[in-house]
Design a protein around this ligand. Structure first.
Ligand SMILES: Cc1cc2nc3c(=O)[nH]c(=O)nc-3n(C[C@H](O)[C@H](O)[C@H](O)COP(=O)(O)OP(=O)(O)OC[C@H]3O[C@@H](n4cnc5c(N)ncnc54)[C@H](O)[C@@H]3O)c2cc1C
Length: 425
């Protein structure tokens, strides 16, 4: 009799786990509570274009996703952004995000840094970042950057980027979780800026920090789904698992049910906090947007008044495959909501808020909206506050004693696809 495995959740973590289990000789069944696979990787139809309405890229700090694509025979679909020159919008105007990690620069003499914080703040940062390295392992990324570089670097660079990526405040997130490896590297080199430079230089793909799939990230999910079906996996849609005890007949069980779903089935995970996010995509017409006034997009700093979104991407400026589908003067703009995990009270009005934000964020006044699509993502992003890594260690210790159960994703591997898949190896 072949060994059997049950996978709970058909997001990217569950699908990849299923693939690995099949490779290890298991007969695999996947249980998914909704009517589709992919979880937070999802597409939506916007004016006839199938666009990503959840995750839209993956980090290239590690080679995990490209390796998976190669195994699926779709490595030729991997694309780098055609532009990665996103801006940060503060009450003082828009400025470039410096080359680095999470807005922490890899070079303090970069004009994108000096022009924003000024020469005095740069000189002070150089001094701060040469001090002895001695920080507790649970230090937040905000406290770390403030200690090493000064408050101006937190407010102008780190906070808007962290809000855009993690929907949380930089002062609440553990550095060890949001920038894995950076603390250890910085301790080794004695400098945060040097560690950022080393991290970027060691990325699996040079250049931009992220890559995507031509046609959208959802094509990766479709390729995985087809591969699994061919390999004999059974995918049961609309089949929520109510209790792990219902899976006692399987030799192995992988819990890959996202942050909220996994916590409902494994109570030790309940201490991991999931926060809300939402995405609005607009198909618009505008001649002024042809000039790509904000490069690939904008992260909105918390001090900017009158804007509800925390970030916006000029999708066709960033991804050539989207641009190639659009007629002249048409653009796709994607707005992210949920600063610090809190959505505007009236979520039915998100599209209207995005329309109102568009002109202010992109600095244009000729936008005509053709169509919009809104997607809410409740409890979707992990808020890895102080003590998060202690919870992760505790869960992992409990799992180490259990040879049947594994947990992938669910807040244990951070927010990104690359982190989750690297963790799940
Ligand atoms: C708006 C947004 C943008 C993002 N952008 C990026 C990005 O650009 N790059 C990046 O790397 N990451 C991004 N992320 C994060 C990334 O999408 C997620 O970290 C990743 O997709 C999570 O995968 P997962 O399989 O662990 O969980 P999920 O995708 O949440 O999948 C879990 C699955 O389990 C199912 N499930 C839950 N409970 C049960 C149950 N009891 N029984 C059966 N099934 C169950 C759910 O329906 C779901 O399909 C983004 C997230 C959001 C919300």
């Amino acid at each position: 009799m072949p060994k059997t495995a049950a996978v709970v959740g058909a997001g990217i973590a569950g699908l990849v786990s299923a693939k690995r289990l099949i490779e290890a000789g298991y007969q695999v069944e996947i249980f998914e509570s909704t009517s589709r696979v992919g979880g937070l990787i999802a597409s939506a139809n916007l004016g006839g274009h199938q666009i990503d309405i959840g995750a839209e890229s993956f980090a290239v700090a590690k080679n995990t996703v490209p390796e998976l694509c190669a195994e699926l025979g779709i490595e030729q679909l991997i694309v780098s952004p055609q532009r990665s020159d996103a801006r940060i919008l503060t009450s003082g105007g828009a400025h470039l995000i410096p080359h680095g990690v999470l807005g922490i620069p890899s070079d303090l003499d970069d004009p994108a840094v000096v022009d924003v914080v000024g020469a005095d703040a740069v000189a002070a940062a150089k001094q701060l970042d040469s001090a002895a390295w001695n920080y507790p392992p649970e230090i937040t990324i905000g406290a770390l950057v403030e200690a090493r570089l000064g408050r101006a670097f937190v407010d102008n660079f780190l906070t808007p980027v962290i809000a855009g990526v993690h929907s949380s405040d930089a002062m609440t997130l553990e550095a060890a979780t949001v920038a894995p490896g950076l603390l250890a590297k910085a301790a080794e080199l004695g400098s945060l800026v040097a560690a950022v430079g080393a991290t970027r230089n060691s990325a699996a793909r040079p250049g931009a920090a992220v890559a995507s799939i031509s046609g959208g990230m959802h094509r990766l999910v479709s390729a995985l789904e087809s591969h699994l079906i061919k390999a004999g996996a059974k995918i049961h849609l609309n089949r929520p698992v109510e209790s792990l005890a219902d899976l006692n007949d399987y030799d192995r069980v992988v819990l890959a049910a996202g942050i909220e779903g996994a916590a409902q089935l494994f109570s030790d995970l309940a201490a991991i906090r999931g926060v809300d996010a939402a995405v609005v995509a607009l198909l618009v017409e505008s001649e002024q947007l042809n000039e790509l006034p904000r490069g690939s997009g904008v992260l909105v700093a918390a001090d900017v008044e009158g804007i509800s979104a925390k970030a916006a991407t000029h999708v066709n400026a960033k991804w050539a495959w989207v641009n190639s589908e659009l007629p002249p003067n048409q653009h796709i703009l994607r707005f992210s909501f949920g600063r610090n995990g809190i959505l505007p009270a009236d979520t039915d009005a998100l599209a209207a808020l995005a329309v109102a934000d568009a002109a202010k964020i992109f600095g244009v006044d000729d936008i005509r909206v053709v169509e919009s699509v809104t997607q809410l993502w409740p409890k979707a992003l992990v808020q890895s506050g102080p003590g998060h890594s202690v919870i992760v260690k505790r869960v992992k210790a409990a799992l180490a004693a259990d040879s049947r159960l594994a947990i992938i994703g669910a807040g244990l591997g951070g927010n990104g696809i690359t982190g989750i898949l690297s963790e799940g190896r």
